[in-house]
Design a binder for this molecule. Structure first.
Ligand SMILES: Nc1ncnc2c1ncn2[C@@H]1O[C@H](COP(=O)(O)OP(=O)(O)OP(=O)(O)O)[C@@H](O)[C@H]1O
Length: 586
């Protein structure tokens, strides 16, 4: 907004410029007049010369006449005619002269008037400024009104954007499958499984043809080369950045805030880039905090940053964010945030329970309340230090467990969320559940709280904390699965062999569940594995599920790559009902 003084200065500047333009136009006309004057002076001089000449001629005529008087005297008629011409010329010259003088004077007056107008205007400027009525409150009122209008329009646009976004995600299907092809890396040459010593390992046989298609060259000794192509909603080539991957999953976080359950899961063989995609490089040694440099951050730290950024946009929702971190190791669920009575980490084992509403919950799981992305990632980094790892012939830092980070949001429903629009329907019985549980007053962020098998659906803030639009209760699960591996290639033995076998079995169970879902079978074998039992709500429920299939480009991994791509293709065939936001409490 221009300052009041500045506005009037602007006005007078504009006025002075206008007057200057007028002055300039008049000056031009003056020059024209002066030129005309000069022409007239010239013509006057010419007439004078002509008169003089005609006078001389007359005298000459007279002389001649006198000389020849006796012979031929001019008639009195001719002489009087000449006199008349001379007089007429003289009169014309006088008229022209006075006209040009008048013109000159008129222009001189106009110029004087212009100048005095400018001077008066400039002199009056400060006076006018002082004499003006106080415009401040009036102007401020106008500005406030227009600001309010703009804010309302902005909110309307945001509501529309959210609505379109959720429709788009729903139209795309509640399960989306992306594929990420990692680059050939130095360790691809370092680790060679038995029997692969003589085969070229760093030659890439998998290629991203475009951003929806991946091609794998399948060659077998003595057989012609076969190219297999797979299409997914999105295929990332080896050069694509962490940011590009996150940008595509980021809209799901808006859904999470709108009350949808969301699950983002990385699947693939060992060493294919799942942890890199989900967490970034080596986050447990160098905790990938969203406040740090963002270059290589994976989906989890970026999602943490985005969730809290979105929540900060609407603090009136009074959000509460809890986080739990578990690993599914050897078919057991271990709570990576659990501590014993001496506050020492205990990796307590937990069980999956089915709540009265038929949802899956982990009993006795530690949930930590967090108030920022940095707090959330600090907890994740601490949990990752406990995650089971083992060096294999394929990958020096191989994760031996499935990692599941669950972020639970409890907040007043946003006035512009899809959840809120759907809340027009009467809430289901389970949402009018038992006495709402308030968070312990004064509980510090990060202070542990143990939650029993009470479903988040039945949890909520007290009546006093409820927003006018009810409450949103939603769950974001971020899953970094353990890698499938071929024992012959990874070269594991002893206890690691058992781990590998259990990892492969749980992944096979996952494939079975998705296969059963894609075929629309009546019985879905969730209970065949702890992993699928735990993830049942995300796999077969009404959550939005995003699977990122990670694959290696190397020849030596081609069998596992084809298996992973086949898994991704199968997941794409799963048809479920449209995802629904969890209905808010009223
Ligand atoms: N897109 C990529 N760009 C650069 N480096 C990558 C990429 N993907 C993976 N890597 C690197 O490859 C190595 C293996 O990746 P990562 O640890 O993510 O594999 P993984 O699939 O999680 O393996 P595992 O299942 O055995 O834990 C890591 O050193 C990682 O930094």
């Amino acid at each position: 907004m221009p300052a009041r003084g500045g506005r009037w200065d602007g006005f007078w500047e504009q006025r002075a410029r206008q007057l200057q333009r007028q002055l300039q136009a008049k000056e031009e006309r003056l020059v024209e007049a002066e030129t005309e004057n000069a022409v007239l002076h010239l013509r006057l001089a010419q007439y004078r010369e002509m008169i003089k000449k005609s006078g001389g001629e007359t005298t000459q005529v007279h002389v001649q006449c006198g000389d020849q008087k006796p012979l031929q005297r001019p008639g009195p008629l001719a002489a009087s005619r000449l006199r008349l011409v001379a007089q007429r010329l003289k009169r014309d010259v006088e008229v022209l002269h006075s006209w040009s003088l008048g013109l000159f004077r008129r222009y001189q007056d106009a110029q004087r008037d212009c100048l005095s107008e400018i001077v008066t205007a400039v002199q009056r400027a400060p006076l006018c400024h002082e004499a003006l009525p106080p415009a401040g409150p009036l102007e401020a009122g106008c500005l406030e009104r227009s600001l309010q209008e703009m804010t309302e329009r902005y909110q309307q646009e945001r509501r529309e954007r959210r609505r379109l976004h959720n429709t788009l995600v729903e139209l795309r299907g509640s399960i989306r499958v992306h594929c990420r092809l990692r680059p050939v890396l130095p360790f691809d040459d370092e680790f060679r499984g038995p029997g692969s010593q003589n085969s070229p390992v760093s030659g890439a046989v998998a290629h991203a043809l475009d951003d929806e298609t991946i091609l794998v060259e399948c060659s077998r000794p003595g057989r012609p080369l076969i190219n297999k192509t797979y299409t997914f909603e999105r295929v990332y080539g080896p050069a694509e950045s962490q940011r590009a991957v996150f940008e595509d999953v980021c809209p799901l976080l808006t859904s999470f805030l709108d009350g949808y359950d969301v699950c983002i899961m990385a699947y693939g063989q060992t060493g294919s880039g799942k942890s890199f995609t989900m967490l970034g490089p080596r986050p447990e040694q160098d905790p990938a905090l969203p406040s740090g440099p963002h270059g290589h951050l994976g989906i989890i730290p970026r999602a943490a940053g985005e969730v809290f950024r979105l929540l900060a946009e609407n603090p009136s929702r009074r959000p509460e964010v809890d986080v739990s971190v578990v690993e599914v190791y050897n078919n057991d669920i271990c709570d990576l945030l659990a501590k014993d009575s001496c506050a020492v980490v205990s990796r307590a084992k937990c069980q999956v329970l089915t709540t009265t509403e038929g949802r899956k919950e982990v009993s006795g799981l530690t949930r930590e309340s967090v108030q920022s992305a940095v707090e959330l990632m600090t907890l994740v980094a601490a949990a990752l230090r406990l995650r089971t790892k083992q060096a294999t012939a394929v990958h020096a830092d191989s994760s031996r467990s499935h990692l599941v980070i669950t972020v639970t949001l409890t907040a007043a429903a946003s006035s512009c969320s899809t959840a809120d629009r759907q809340s027009d329907q009467s809430p289901p019985a389970e949402l009018r559940g038992p006495t709402p549980r308030r968070p312990a007053p004064g509980r510090r962020p990060g202070a542990a709280r143990t939650v029993s098998s009470v479903s988040p659906r039945t949890r909520g803030l007290g009546q006093g904390s409820q927003g006018p639009g009810g409450q949103v209760l939603s769950k974001l699960q971020l899953v970094d699965l353990a890698g499938s591996e071929c024992v012959g290639v990874s070269g594991v033995t002893g206890s690691a062999l058992r781990e590998t076998s259990l990892i492969n079995r749980s992944l096979a169970a996952l494939a079975d569940v998705l296969g059963a879902l894609s075929e629309g079978r009546g019985h879905i074998p969730y209970r065949n594995s702890t992993l699928t039992h735990f993830l049942q709500d995300a796999l077969g429920g009404d959550a939005k599920l995003q699977v990122i299939v990670c694959v290696s480009p190397c020849q030596k991994h081609v069998a596992e790559t084809l298996q992973s791509l086949g898994f991704g293709a199968r997941v794409r065939q799963v048809e479920r009902g449209r995802p629904a936001p969890r209905k808010p409490r009223r």
